[in-house]
Every structure is written in structure tokens, then in C-alpha cells.
Ligand binder design. Structure first.
Ligand SMILES: *Cc1c(COP(=O)(O)O)cnc(C)c1O
Length: 428
């Protein structure tokens, strides 16, 4: 099929993330991708600035990842995880344990980020049941500006304004939202920043099953980077009130913010951790929810099992490629690459600050964000980017870059040039 045949069939029959079937958004047919290059079906070649939403950290079609996939496909593509285990799952668990704080040692393999968040929230709810005062503990506390996924319980802890609360009003559990942390990651700390969080945790401590946050970097809820002291304060308050802290590292995990996990910026350890996205180096869907031994004990205190079990749990193909991706991460100088990308993003995006369409510029690790004053026309901007040979997908007031860690300097400059030129475009 030709590129235009693909897109016209697609328009009639396929949903895309957050789109309408009556007013479909334009889309581009992609044929292949290698390294940081994406080839469209019409032959055009683009430089990837998105890592397919935080995931393809080693670039596309990495030979090590492809070899792991092929080798696993020749042995065992899938087998039910009920009553069975296999080398890829055990190998992945061993590798994860080696990277995580030692107290996080009980791993649930989930099939997507949203599911791993559901699992984390369910773990906290089930653990609450083992407390004498557990029956009342059914709610979660979080902060505004968060994003935790699209399934129902995950949606309930997403930002109530930018999330989907208004659409699903009446069906979502009502959670508690503290003000968005306002002190910048690299700015001064103001102890008043946690006032709203402190008030809510104290008022509602008897109803809380848990607290959930994205550590340091809020992703799809606004690409905002907050002060590590905020997270330390949250950890202390959760400990003090004996409420489990869930950290959602699905976007931030595996080096993106300059540390292997963003929680290291604050030196805190949660009771439950979610990882996903870059876990398989962007090749397959896989996520994990990891909890402490004491939380696992609490979940099963009455002898009851943990009640979750997806059909494709622990999929061997996904686990095998995740093992290869973590090995690759260990063997490559990812931290130096992320630091190099960050320095270049800072130097080349900073001039955007002077543009009248720009409200803010922020960079953390290998994430560069230009926030605009008005929402951008995402479809028009994407056309502009494709014409300039780059793959960048803005949303709302956010034009952002999160390239694969292997991107070279000249290619990164093409991405930042395209972002700068898009600002004038966005004002038309
Ligand atoms: C993407 C994301 C999710 C959801 O993951 P899916 O794999 O899309 O279900 C949850 N939390 C955060 C922080 C994310 O960035």
C-alpha cells in the first residue's frame, strides 16, 4: 500500500491516542526506524526527538535488542505466568533488583504503565485492609499537574483539570489533590511549597490508602520539574503518618533525568515503585510494580493473595528484550550522554526564552521543554517539523524534546533549530 492509501484507510478505521473518529487528526505513515532516523512511507527521513514517548532510549532497531527478541522468539514467545516461570522473567527481576534500592524487592510484571499504576494503587488498598483502621482507607493523595495513565483508577489521580475528570465525572473515585509543587528543580527552596500537601495529609490521614507522585519530573501533565526538597518532605510526611508512598517512574526511569531513577535526586525510597516505558528500550509494552517486603506482607496478612493477573503477565519476549536493554544501559555511558544532551539542550533552547511566544524554557537531564504562552496548533506544528526533517510532537502549550541517548550533536542541533523556528510558526 502507498503512504496515502495507508493514511486514508487509517483515518476511517483506526483510533490514535486521544483522537476523534469524526474529526481525525492528520497522521504520517512510518515505514522503518534505525538509530535516531525514522523513515516515512513516502521516503522522507526524519530525526527522532521523542524516543516514542520516553521509551526508545537506545535508538530504534538496536542490534542487541533485536538479537534478544529473535533468540527469544525462537524458544518461547509466550507462556502463561500462572503456575509457571521462565528465564526471561527471572533474569529481568534479577537485573531490576540490582538497580533498585534494596528495600524494593517484590516485583509484579505488568503489561503497560497504566496497569502498573493500577497494580500499585491496588497494592496500597489491599495493604490498608490489614490495618485495624483499614476499612476507612480508600482514598489517594497526589499533587496537581500529574499524569499516571488512562485506566480508571490511574485517571482518578491524574490532574483534575488537564486529565479526564470532567469527561468521566461521577464515575471516577474522588481523590485528594495538593497544589502543584511550585519551586523549580534548580531554583530556591521555599518551605511553604508543601503547605497544601501537609494540610491535606493531616486532614485526611485516616482515609488515605496511599500517596502517589511522579518524582521530580511531571511528564504528560505539564512537563514540570520540581524541587527535590518537596519529595523529601512528602517522604517524611508519609513515614510519619504511616501512609505508603508510591513513586511513578514510568516516564523518568532508566536515566532520562540524569539519574538512573529520578528519586535519586532527592535520595528518597518509596514503598511502591512503578517503571515502564524505557524498560524494554521502547520495543515492547512492559512495566513493573515493585514494592517492599513489609508492604507485600501487609497485602497478604490475612492469607489472601494479591488480586491481579493479566493474561500476558511476564511475557517472555518483552522480558527478554528488557534484559537486553538493561544490560545495554549498564554497558553504555548513558549518564555522560544524558549530561551532554542536557548541556546542549540548555545552550540551544535558552535563546527561545526571548521569543514573544515563549513563556518558559526548562531542561532536566535529556528533556528539553519550551512552554508557549498560548496552546499550539499541534497538527500545523507537526507539519512544520516534518517539513524540516524532524519528528517532534507538541501538545497543549508544550514543545519538548526527549531524544534517544545516542543522538549526536549535529542531529540534536537540527531538533533545537526546528523548535526555535516553530515558535514563530506557533504565533500565526
Ligand atoms: C506514560 C505514563 C503512564 C502510563 O503508561 P502507559 O504505558 O501509557 O499505560 C503512567 N505514568 C506516567 C508517569 C507516564 O508517563
Amino acid at each position: 500500500m502507498k503512504a496515502n492509501e495507508l493514511t486514508s484507510f487509517d483515518h476511517t478505521h483506526l483510533w490514535h491516542p486521544y483522537t476523534s473518529m469524526t474529526n481525525p487528526s492528520p497522521c504520517y505513515a512510518v515505514e522503518a526506524a534505525e538509530g535516531v532516523r525514522v523513515r516515512l512511507a513516502d521516503g522522507r527521513e526524519l530525526i527522532d526527538g521523542m524516543s516514542s514517548w520516553w521509551a526508545a532510549i537506545h535508538g530504534y532497531r538496536h542490534p542487541r535488542l533485536m538479537a534478544a527478541l529473535h533468540a527469544q522468539a525462537d524458544r518461547l514467545a509466550h507462556f502463561m505466568f500462572g503456575g509457571a516461570t521462565h528465564e526471561p522473567a527471572v533474569g529481568l527481576a534479577r537485573r531490576l533488583l540490582a538497580l533498585l534500592p534494596p528495600s524494593l524487592n517484590r516485583i509484579f510484571l505488568a503489561d503497560s504503565g497504566s496497569v502498573s499504576v493500577e497494580v500499585a494503587l491496588k497494592m496500597a488498598l489491599q495493604a490498608a485492609r490489614s490495618r485495624p483502621d483499614g476499612a476507612a482507607r480508600t482514598r489517594f493523595l497526589t499533587v496537581r499537574g500529574g499524569y499516571h495513565g488512562d485506566t480508571f483508577l490511574a485517571m482518578s489521580v491524574c490532574d483534575p483539570v488537564t486529565g479526564m475528570h470532567s469527561l468521566f465525572q461521577g464515575t471516577l473515585p474522588r481523590q485528594l489533590f495538593a497544589d502543584r509543587p511550585s519551586c523549580r528543580f534548580d531554583g530556591a527552596w521555599d518551605p511553604a511549597d508543601t503547605t497544601s500537601f501537609e494540610r491535606l495529609i493531616e486532614q485526611h490521614r485516616a482515609e488515605l490508602a496511599g500517596v502517589i507522585l511522579e518524582p521530580i519530573a511531571q511528564g504528560a501533565g505539564g512537563m514540570w520539574f520540581y524541587h527535590p526538597e518537596y519529595l523529601r518532605r512528602v517522604r517524611d510526611l508519609c513515614t510519619c503518618h504511616r501512609i505508603p508512598l508510591i513513586l511513578d517512574e514510568i516516564a523518568t526511569g532508566f536515566g532520562r533525568t540524569g539519574k538512573l531513577f529520578a528519586l535519586e535526586h532527592a535520595g528518597v525510597v518509596p514503598d511502591i515503585l512503578c517503571v515502564g516505558k524505557a524498560l524494554t528500550g521502547g520495543t515492547m509494552t512492559l512495566a513493573a510494580t515493585v514494592c517492599t517486603d513489609s508492604l507485600a506482607q501487609a497485602i497478604s496478612a490475612g492469607g489472601q493473595p494479591f488480586m491481579h493477573g493479566p493474561t500476558f503477565m511476564g511475557n517472555p519476549l518483552a522480558c527478554a528484550v528488557a534484559c537486553a536493554s538493561l544490560d545495554l544501559l549498564n554497558e553504555t555511558p548513558w549518564a555522560a550522554n544524558v549530561a551532554r544532551i542536557g548541556a546542549q539542550l540548555r545552550a540551544e533552547l535558552e535563546p527561545c526564552r526571548r521569543h514573544p511566544a515563549a513563556a518558559d524554557v526548562r531542561v532536566l537531564g535529556a528533556i528539553g521543554v519550551v512552554e508557549t504562552r498560548a496552546p499550539v496548533d499541534a497538527a500545523a506544528l507537526q507539519r512544520h517539523f516534518v517539513e524540516r526533517g524532524v519528528w517532534i510532537r507538541p501538545f497543549g502549550k508544550l514543545i519538548y524534546l526527549m531524544p534517544p541517548y545516542i543522538i549526536e550533536s549535529a542531529d540534536l542541533t537540527r531538533l533545537t533549530d526546528a523548535v526555535r523556528s516553530s515558535l514563530s510558526q506557533s504565533m500565526r
